[in-house]
Design a protein around this ligand. Sequence first.
Ligand SMILES: NC(=O)c1ccc[n+]([C@@H]2O[C@H](COP(=O)([O-])OP(=O)(O)OC[C@H]3O[C@@H](n4cnc5c(N)ncnc54)[C@H](OP(=O)(O)O)[C@@H]3O)[C@@H](O)[C@H]2O)c1
Length: 290
Amino acid sequence: MGADRGTQTVLITGATDGLGKAAALLLAEHGYRLFAAGRSLEKRAQLDSLAKEKKLPLKSLEMDVCDDASVQNAVSAVYQETGQIDVLINNAGLVYPGAVEDLRMEDWRRQFETNFFGVIRVTQAVLPKMRERRKGRILMMSSVSGFVTPPTQGAYSASKHAIEALANALRHELYPFGIHTILIQPGYIVTNIQPTAMNLAQPYQDKIKTGPYAKIYATYMGNASSTRAQSKTTPEDCARVMLQAIEAPQPKARYTVTSLAKFAKWAKRLLTDRAADRMFRKRYGITREN
Ligand SMILES: NC(=O)c1ccc[n+]([C@@H]2O[C@H](COP(=O)([O-])OP(=O)(O)OC[C@H]3O[C@@H](n4cnc5c(N)ncnc54)[C@H](OP(=O)(O)O)[C@@H]3O)[C@@H](O)[C@H]2O)c1
């Protein structure tokens, strides 16, 4: 896809922050025509002025992936302006942390509405024309949580496991039409996703501090802050992997990002469930209560 970048249109969801924003900027710097979708007017304005300052072919547009009309309007606007979408990057996502028993049903639904149904909504809106053109790439932002599940991350991890299954189905279904579906699997990268998760956990503070899973929450948060402190991979590193996935003549089904994700992938292949569970219990200080 690299040779004719100037005529290639890319649509990224959740592109006003974090990994999506880094990818939008990098791809625009490489000459792709970028449509950076986001919810926040303020963040969109900041991104537009940055693009103007750097003279990048990048334009923001309004899109809430949880809203049918918003998705339809945004996708129609791109098709009206360019007639095509060559690459869709399903990136928008957030984390509702909480033990399975603690997390309220409405938050389970919100988790899936953004991370899973949002992805289906945007993909369905883009596919008919992409399929007609018999070419395109769809990048799905999965996670290390798409194949391993730490405690207190059940909802997020379930949504990313669902993304993995969705991408597996799409890879087969879209093969006849020359469309590649590619999973991106990052480990921990410092972005706003972590503070946002802390905010979404606010209603659960009593449970986090004094509920039956308090010890697990405490260890998880301790581990998360040390992972945060040690995290070396940047959003720009992740963006470079996404560029690679877009430009590879024969892209892989999955691209892992960060050494944590690479380690987890190997551990998953080599360890039995029993050995992996033991490792998790040790890491999270999980012991049997009498
Ligand atoms: N950072 C990591 O360690 C990591 C690791 C593995 C996978 N990922 C995945 O990478 C993706 C991006 O995460 P990030 O770390 O870049 O997080 P981030 O900095 O918080 O950015 C997330 C973006 O998604 C947008 N978003 C959330 N809900 C949305 C909705 N309903 N409609 C449209 N946009 C919405 C946010 O927009 P607002 O600003 O309007 O909220 C924001 O622009 C997510 O899918 C995440 O699961 C991240």
